[in-house]
Each structure stands twice: as structure tokens, then as C-alpha cells.
Design a protein around this ligand. Structure first.
Ligand SMILES: CC(=O)[C@@H](O)[C@H](O)COP(=O)(O)O
Ligand SMILES: NCC(=O)COP(=O)(O)O
Length: 268
């Protein structure tokens, strides 16, 4: 049988934050996250994702300016809903924006954005960013109340936080994986029923060198989530850059894309 890529396979947003983390560890210019983004686009990344944190722990303002200047693929600018960030986004005008929750003490984004509890603020932010020409996504948990609130405040897209599923997958906790996959799937379906474009991301991985596959046919977390037909985009950073340590960045991108394409094709 000839392998034909599934045309509806999710787009891959490559998150470059972790290249900046490595650069910042030594205070110099190397490795440059913008150079990594250029290479990622050349290797076939559909979207370049980055998170400008309020504490600038990885991506910095000058990286954002250079990304805008040099990257020809759509940029997905992740940011907290603060006046400072909204101003920077308006000036930068990335194609896509993903509004995320932020807590200074967290190691990474721990949960989804509280939309239901701050609808006026989110409605205003979505309208402001849409007026700047940005497609807005809200990074939320697969909670029906948050998904409905996202539709109510006028966000055209949601990205469901897959971190809990990813953690269960690393632990190979079968019951928790099944429960969280079902919850994510229900959330994606609810989002689609409300007319939202539905994305997923956080912590997704594949069986890289150095990981132990529990059984020859055990799927990766990326494959499980990519197989859900409502996922239009996947945003992956940490594990993709980790995989790149072993295979190189271009090959890592091809590996994650192949994983998603094959999982989606097998699920049809
Ligand atoms: C919002 C999200 O899930 C990721 O983009 C993640 O927050 C990246 O930020 P860190 O790289 O700081 O974990
Ligand atoms: N929004 C999720 C993202 O961009 C990547 O998250 P991670 O794979 O670095 O955990």
C-alpha cells in the first residue's frame, strides 16, 4: 500500500522557548531562538510558537522583534492577558495570539486560563487583538464552562491544555490516560460544536532515544492527541527540542509531523 499523508493532519506549531532557555543559561547569544525558528520553518514547521513571559525568563522582547522581521511562517505569540502584553502584541501584529495564564513561581504553564470568571476582560482583549489583525486563541483546560465562556467572549480558537494527559502518559498510568483523553476529546467536540477552531498542546512527546517504550505498539502522547479528529493544530516545544538533542532539529520536526500524520491516518 502506498502511504498517503492525511490532508487533515494537524498543523505543527514549533515552540522555540526552550532554545531561549538554553541561550539564557550562559547569558550569551547562543543558541539563538530566531535561528532555530528559521531552521524550523525550512524543515517544514507550519507555525512558530513562542511565549513572552512577564519575567522574560526565556524569550525576550528583542527576539520577538527579530521573529517578526525574519520569520515568514505564521507566528503564534503566547502571552498573559496584561496591558503590557496586549500593547506589545498590538505593535508586533503576529498572525496568531494565544492568551495564557501566568504565575511567576510556576516552572511552566500549570493550568488553563480562567475565562468564565473574567469574561468582560477577555471579551475586550479578544476584540482588541482581532482589531490588530490577530487570530486569537485561548489556552484553557478541557472544562465545559471555560470552553463555553471562550465562545461567549468572541475567541475564534481554543487550545486545550494537554499537560495533565502528558504527565499521565510519562507515568504510563493507563486509567488516567484514558480518563484525560476522553475529557480532552469531549472538550474538543464541545468547542467544535460551538463553532471554535480547536487546538491542543503542552508536554506532548514521542518515544525518543532515552525513553523506554513499555510495549512495541504503545502510542506516543503526540500520536494519541493528534489522532483526535478535531485537533487542527498542535503546539509542541519542550519534548520536540529534547528530541532534537538526539536527532537534530530538522529531523525532530519531521518525526513529530510524521507521528501526527500517521496517527490521524490510522484513526480514520
Ligand atoms: C502556554 C503553553 O503551554 C506553553 O507555551 C508553555 O507555557 C510555554 O511556556 P514555558 O516554555 O515557559 O513553559
Ligand atoms: N502551547 C503549548 C506549547 O506551545 C508547547 O508546550 P510544551 O510542548 O513546551 O510543553
Amino acid at each position: 500500500m502506498i502511504f498517503a499523508p492525511a490532508l487533515d493532519a494537524p498543523l505543527l506549531g514549533v515552540n522555540i522557548d526552550h532554545v531561549a532557555t538554553l541561550r539564557n543559561a550562559r547569558g550569551g547569544p547562543f543558541p539563538d531562538p530566531v535561528a532555530a525558528a528559521l531552521l524550523a520553518v525550512e524543515a517544514g514547521a507550519d507555525i512558530i510558537t513562542f511565549h513572552l513571559r512577564e519575567d522574560r525568563r526565556h524569550i525576550r522582547d528583542e527576539d520577538v522583534a527579530r521573529l517578526k522581521q525574519l520569520i515568514r511562517a505564521p507566528l503564534n505569540f503566547e502571552a498573559a492577558v496584561t496591558d503590557e502584553m496586549l500593547d506589545i502584541i498590538e505593535r508586533t501584529r503576529p498572525e496568531h495570539v494565544c492568551l495564557v495564564p501566568e504565575r511567576r513561581q510556576e516552572v511552566t504553564t500549570e493550568g488553563g486560563l480562567e475565562v468564565a470568571g473574567q469574561k468582560p476582560r477577555l471579551r475586550e482583549a479578544c476584540a482588541r487583538l482581532a482589531a490588530a489583525g490577530c487570530r486569537v486563541s485561548l489556552f484553557i483546560d478541557a472544562d465545559p464552562a471555560q470552553i463555553e465562556a471562550a465562545a461567549e467572549v468572541g475567541a475564534p480558537c481554543i487550545e486545550l491544555h494537554t499537560g495533565a494527559y502528558a504527565n499521565a502518559w510519562w507515568a504510563q498510568d493507563a486509567a488516567e490516560m484514558a480518563r484525560l483523553r476522553a475529557r480532552l476529546h469531549a472538550g474538543l467536540q464541545r468547542g467544535r460544536a460551538l463553532g471554535l477552531r480547536t487546538h491542543a498542546g503542552h508536554g506532548l512527546a514521542l518515544w525518543s532515544p532515552g525513553t523506554t517504550r513499555p510495549a512495541p505498539d504503545a502510542p506516543s502522547s503526540t500520536a494519541v492527541i493528534a489522532a483526535l479528529p478535531e485537533v487542527a493544530e498542535l503546539h509542541i516545544g519542550h519534548a520536540l527540542m529534547g528530541h532534537a538533542v538526539f536527532v537534530g532539529l530538522a529531523q525532530a520536526i519531521r518525526d513529530f509531523q510524521a507521528e501526527a500524520i500517521q496517527a490521524r491516518a490510522a484513526a480514520r
